[in-house]
Design a protein around this ligand. Structure first.
Ligand code: KIV
Length: 282
């Protein structure tokens, strides 16, 4: 782990000072390099990897091996950001021993700084076990995509009193179990505000309003690179896809018209070598 990377203490300090924390996903070396250079404090190697990079229909198909493979590239590509890796479906739900082994493997093989797990009270013991082993854990509540089937789809969570109370209780359990940060996805802003004020750990929102301690978005959504369905809470900040398409179109066009490669991209040989070569070929 590099000494120049941000730490859990730095992130907690930012909450104390009311400085907003920025988190964005990345899944490969060049993207990690780019978002690190841009100054994002946290890079999340989310299991959204499955949908935006690997072409799966959901996040459930993502394996630990795939997360580790991409996590390694992100760690290599970044210098300053705190790197968090999502624990994929069924790598932490079976029991806490297996969860610890998988979290340990993730940290050991990638060099990332922390792991993220979806769920509340039901994973409290697991979060405790992983943090007691010295691994920083981020909780994830609200709309938890790995259990979207059980939640009845990709819907706003915590809208009624009972669900809102349960989300608050879950958040408190996660903090008490040792989580150093919480991601809150797709909940009413008022609920996110209550939780952000109640917890002393940073709360990062996605579709959870502006009162959270920070925000997270998926890189491919921010850059306009994902062609699938875009949720209401996403804001696109660039149209990289159009620009990339233009570049590839220009390249194809140039090859077809033989305007590429030009002389400046071409190697030559001395005239006498060429003459001898042609002679020897006759
Ligand atoms: O997988 C992911 O990218 C995430 C974020 C949307 C928070 O969990």
């Amino acid at each position: 782990m590099s000494a120049t990377r941000l730490s859990t203490l730095d992130l907690r300090e930012m909450k104390k000072k009311n400085e907003k924390i920025t988190m964005i996903t990345a899944y490969d070396y060049p993207t990690a390099e780019l978002v690190d250079e841009a100054g994002a404090e946290i890079i999340l190697v989310g299991d959204s990897l499955g949908m935006v990079v690997l072409g799966y229909p959901d996040t459930l198909s993502v394996t630990l091996g795939e997360m580790i493979h991409h996590g390694k590239a992100v760690v290599r590509g970044s210098k300053r950001a705190f790197v968090i890796i999502d624990m994929p479906f069924l790598t932490y739900q079976v029991n806490s021993e297996e969860a610890l082994r998988n979290a340990g493997r993730t940290i050991q093989e990638t060099g990332a700084q922390g792991v993220k797990l979806e769920g509340g009270v039901e994973i409290g013991e697991t979060v405790r076990k992983i943090t007691q082993a010295g691994i920083p854990v981020v909780g994830h509540l609200g709309l938890t995509p790995q259990s979207a089937g059980q939640l009845g789809g990709f819907k706003v969570q915590g809208r009624d009193l009972q669900a809102a109370r349960k989300t608050i209780d879950d958040a408190v359990v996660l903090e008490e179990a040792g989580a150093f940060m919480l991601v809150l996805e797709c909940v009413p802003w008022q609920l996110a505000r209550v939780i952000t004020e109640k917890l002393s750990i940073p709360v990062i929102g996605i579709g959870a309003g502006k009162y959270c301690d920070g925000q997270v978005l998926v890189y491919h959504d921010v850059m306009g690179l994902y062609t699938g369905k875009r949720p209401k809470f996403v804001k696109q900040y660039a149209d990289a896809r159009t620009e990339m398409l233009r570049g590839v179109n220009n390249y194809i066009d140039a090859v077809k018209k033989v305007s590429f490669p030009g002389e400046e991209h071409t190697f030559t040989m001395p005239a006498e070598v060429l003459a001898s070569l042609l002679d020897s070929c006759q």
